[in-house]
Design a protein around this ligand. Sequence first.
Ligand code: UDP
Ligand code: MG
Length: 310
Amino acid sequence: MRLLSVIVPCFNEEENIRDFYDELCKNNDFFREKQIEFELLYVDDGSKDKTAAEVKKLHEEDGRVRLVSFSRNFGKEAAIYAGLQKCRGDLAVLMDADLQDPPSLLPEMYGYIEQGYDSVATRRVTRKGEPPVRSFFARMFYRLMNHISKTEIVDGARDYRLMTRPVVDAILSMSEYNRFTKGIFGWVGYETKWLEYENVERRKGETKWSFWKLFLYSLEGIIAFSTAPLTIASVMGVLFCMVAFGIIIVTIVRKLLFGDPTSGWPSLVCIIMMVSGVQLFCLGILGQYLSKTYMEVKRRPIYLVKEELD
Ligand code: UDP
Ligand code: MG
């Protein structure tokens, strides 16, 4: 018998808890055939609705359902980390509660594990049903990210991933506070098979990610997996020195040859505004890295557990 841990981070997903369980159970024949036992670990990320209560109800009916409840909302990344830490399986799979990660893909994914892959990841090839602006920025982000980071981050990659124990342990060994899981997956490496599927829309409830939240998350990703923005400061500095040097020469030559006095304080104001803008921008970049470092050195726990059902 092989134990498969299904890890589901949930934040206000009361309507989806049972649906997810039912959908997963549609694979029962497959599990039986392959001699797979599963545990279903819901990580309640500080939900304000009845998510935990729903999971408890399920737990009464089926002992394979487990619950880890956080003391407050710590974010999906923390929930993923907690799930991986608490799971006992030889295999672990991460899935969203809203059924955007179809459990019906599991047999195919498992097939690749049997072929010897260490992990099977999924990416959606379409972004059907998503606002176009969001898709556009997402594409830009992935393109930028792959330019400035050595870690491979796949466009459209989802967190839906089936992993063997060594991969789980590798991810757990990265205990950083600022967690950007898509980057962490790429960073640990291992033999990964990519499956592609069409985007499935959320079954019930609403997305927990606003555009602004996603934007901040993308900045987090860039800062966590690239130091390229820091180089911008140096490059800009050199560039501005060169421009200033050119202007000095032009001014001197003009004065000597034509004798006209350098005119205009408006231009001066513009230059001061621009240069100080650039300076603040660069300082801001530095600040971002510093703040992340600050949070990291505090060594605060990634999550706090309020309640656990086993
Ligand atoms: N989620 C979470 N904590 C959060 C936000 C989201 O655990 O702070 C969970 C959520 O319950 C869902 C998964 O992460 O199971 C994906 O969230 P969502 O479907 O809202 O994101 P989207 O699919 O729209 O990117
Ligand atoms: Mg979703």
